[in-house]
Design a protein around this ligand. Structure first.
Ligand code: SF4
Length: 756
């Protein structure tokens, strides 16, 4: 047990109770929603509407202030999360006051970072960028951003680099978490972002949760699922995950495929659906087209493609029995409304796009689409990866509102909207995350601005990434002085945290929410927008970056969006201030926002009488792809006989730069461990807490073991929040050929016990 600063006893059990609400209460003996139980009696002057800083659930919160300080945080009853938040959200009250904030710019002199003025630091940044651009061309510099920047910041960075500097070397950490989901949606519907909403969880009768652990990583969403299940006992929760996660433990069915094989499961489910007459032929005939990726094929070709995925043919390689596959296929197709939820387990894969194609495809062939509760839904990890990076096109291959760098018409449209001469935007796709750090390694990229992210810890094969950054003139805008990335910076710029500035977050269900400034940043810290505007001026692009306040940038971006199907021109600042966010499309100020896309009567772009209309595709039909299963390059071998998979835990978030500093969360989660099944531990002579060595093709590290008696044989797990363990040093950097997203979830490793 530990004492919080408010004198409350907190243990991991309490924190699980907070996160899991009544779901956890059933297990742990609590009866009510823990966050409320642990709420400090408030003596605040006023409550302010805001948004949680952490994950893509994007929970609405109320921040209680007194005398200019945050005293308390609680869930916002009027927001989409209906007052429910998890322990990380409730602990945001401590975040601005933690130790280790960076308060003054620093520059590296003779190998050491020393304090400098803003003018000195930014002068050095501009001087180096200008020199490198002049000598090596614009593609020798890069921007590496984050799904945690505000939309205004990602939009401005994208515009500065693509239309000012004229390089498409703009990428960021959403490449690591959702590029496969984005590509999957674009290929299937012609447009990115989920068609449904969180509210669908209140209507579904079958929850197909695959490669996600919402009990720990998106707790308010799992709580919504649990409440639906409790009120409708016939509803079923299916969890597909190689690990027996806390979500799997609370599901009706847990399927545990061998890591890297689960496209076999989706294809086998499709085979059963076709063979057993579970196809929704009316929906398919009217709204679906089949494609092998090159050309359109017909339904018989789809059936023929699936023949080799009969459950009995794949069960051994998949590690799931044929009867289980059939049961799940029937539940998926026959339930009144099926909602699929997935995240990194599908996205962080060399077949991530294929998996995303196929899970959407299952909804399309069964007609589990567009009705309340019937929807595919990719969960997301960061507060603004969707609204900030995907929607603004702040990735190396993309342009705003779903346009592509490689498309001449799209470049021309964006050039016109930004008011820059034709031909300004380079037709050359920039470096994606993994290739960007490779380009730093061999000198193709010589200067980079990294904002609001920590690639030194979050990239796979992390040692190689850090060494590459060391070779580059690295500018890092960060709130904290000691992240793994900050440590190798040449210039370190102190950045404000979310409520120390103003901006808009767009969470996982196309909902934009305004975050207002409530407190001043410490010392000389500035907003990332202010840093970008300063850089634009110093590089000579002040006329391009005319919008300089969060509201002005938002208004420019709103107007820009009105030239697309993403249209959210109706989301004025006044509306965002008054409402709990709005979901796009939202084309005018009287529009209420769109809960379900592509559905007549809900989506403003669907033609009257069409029922459904996939207007992002030329023929207005969604595409079901024939995607063959290809084994991961990370196959276990006699030398590397185990699979390592990585992820999050409830109490920590991403690389832990924020949550590790909050004492209650740090104590609850402790140091990250290498989790190993009891049977493997016995074979290797490993006991709980033993020091162990993990070795892969990418690196080697040491840590402590946690033995899970019921763990899955052959599988290791480690969370990536802990910089001391830094598990990404051994994680594979194989990427999906289309999305370029790395396969964090499958690395072949060896494990051995170290002597004391
Ligand atoms: Fe914050 Fe995510 Fe927890 Fe909601 S679920 S409170 S957004 S960390």
């Amino acid at each position: 047990m530990s004492k919080s600063e408010d004198g409350l006893d907190l243990s991991r059990r309490d924190l699980l109770r907070i996160a899991g609400g009544v779901a956890a209460a059933n297990v742990l003996g609590a009866a009510t929603w823990g966050a409320l139980e642990l709420m400090v009696p408030s003596t605040v002057d006023a409550w302010h509407k805001s948004v949680c800083r952490f994950c893509g659930t994007g929970c609405g919160i109320q921040i209680g202030m007194r005398d200019g300080r945050i005293l308390d945080v609680r869930g916002d009853e009027l927001a989409h999360n209906k007052g429910v938040i998890c322990v990380k959200g409730s602990m945001t009250r401590a975040l601005p006051y933690v130790e280790g904030r960076l308060t003054q710019p620093k520059v590296r002199r003779n190998g050491t970072l020393v304090e400098a003025s803003w003018d000195e630091a930014m002068g050095l940044v501009a001087e180096n960028f200008k020199k490198i651009i002049a000598e090596r061309g614009p593609d020798a510099v890069a921007f590496y951003g984050s799904g945690q920047l505000f939309t205004q910041e990602s939009y401005t960075a994208n515009k500065l680099f693509k239309a000012g500097i004229r390089t498409n070397n703009v990428d960021g950490n959403p490449r690591l978490c959702m590029a496969s989901a984005a590509n999957g949606y674009i290929q299937v519907y012609g447009k990115d972002e989920p068609p449904g909403s969180y509210v669908d969880a209140d209507h579904a009768d079958c929850f197909f949760i695959m490669g996600a652990n919402p009990f720990e990583c998106h707790p308010p969403i799992f709580e919504r699922i649990r409440r639906r299940r409790a009120a409708h006992p016939e509803a079923r929760i299916i969890c597909v995950d190689p690990r027996r996660t806390l979500t799997a433990e609370r599901s009706d069915l847990h399927l545990a495929p061998i890591p890297g094989t689960d496209l076999l499961l989706l294809n086998a489910m499709a085979q059963v659906i076709c063979e057993e007459g579970l196809l929704d032929t009316a929906f398919v005939d009217k709204h679906v087209r089949f494609s092998d990726g090159e050309e359109t094929v017909d339904l018989p070709a789809f059936r023929k493609f699936l023949e080799k995925y009969r459950p009995e043919a794949v069960e051994a390689e998949l590690g799931v029995t044929a009867p289980q596959i059939r049961e799940v296929a029937f539940l998926f197709a026959r339930s009144k409304a099926t909602m699929s939820l997935w995240t990194m387990g599908l996205n962080q894969r060399v077949q991530g796009v294929a998996l995303n194609n196929m899970i959407n495809g299952l909804h399309l062939i069964t007609g589990q689409f567009g009705r309340p509760g019937a929807t595919p839904f990719s969960l997301t990890g960061q507060p603004n990866a969707c609204g900030g990076v995907r929607d603004t096109g702040a990735l190396s291959h993309s342009l705003p509102n779903g346009r592509l760098v490689a498309n001449e018409k799209h470049r021309a449209e964006v050039e016109q909207l930004w008011g820059v001469p034709a031909g300004t935007i380079s037709p050359k796709v920039g470096y994606d995350a993994v290739s960007l750090f490779r380009a730093m390694e061999d000198g193709r990229v010589q200067a980079a601005l990294v904002m609001c992210t920590n690639p030194g810890q979050s990239m796979p094969a992390a040692d190689r990434c850090r060494a590459a950054m060391d070779k580059c003139f690295l500018v890092v805008a960060e709130a904290f002085a000691d992240s793994e990335t900050a440590q190798v910076a040449d210039v370190l710029l102190p950045a404000a945290l979310w409520i120390e500035k103003e901006g808009v977050f767009g969470q996982g269900e196309r909902r934009y929410q305004l975050v207002e400034k409530l407190i001043d940043p410490p010392g000389q810290a500035r907003s990332d927008l202010a840093i970008l505007v300063d850089l634009a001026d110093r590089l000579g692009y002040g006329a391009l970056i005319k919008a300089r306040t969060p509201k002005d940038v938002w208004d420019e971006w709103r107007e820009f969006s009105s030239h697309s199907y993403y249209n959210f021109k109706g989301m004025t600042y006044d509306r965002l201030r008054a409402e709990r966010g709005l979901q796009w499309p939202c084309p005018d100020e009287s529009h209420p926002g769109t809960v379900r896309r592509f559905v007549e009567g809900e989506d403003p772009f669907v033609t009257k009488g069409a029922g459904f209309e996939f207007y992002g595709q030329p023929d207005k039909r969604a595409v079901v792809f024939l995607r063959p299963y290809v084994p991961s390059p990370e196959k276990a071998t006699p030398d590397l006989p185990l699979y390592l998979t990585t992820g999050r835990v409830l109490e920590q978030w991403h690389t832990g730069t924020m949550t590790q500093r909050i004492p209650e969360l740090a104590k609850a989660a402790g140091d990250a461990r290498i989790e190993i099944a009891g049977s493997d531990a016995w074979k290797l002579g490993i006991k709980d807490d033993d020091r162990v060595e993990v070795k892969s093709r990418y690196g080697v590290l040491q840590g402590r073991a946690r033995v899970l008696p019921q763990g899955r044989p052959g599988l290791l797990f480690a969370a990536f929040y802990d910089a001391k363990l830094l598990i990404n040093r051994v994680v594979a950097d194989n990427v999906d050929p289309t999305s370029k997203q790395p396969e964090y979830k499958v690395t072949a490793v060896a494990l051995r016990r170290l002597e004391a």
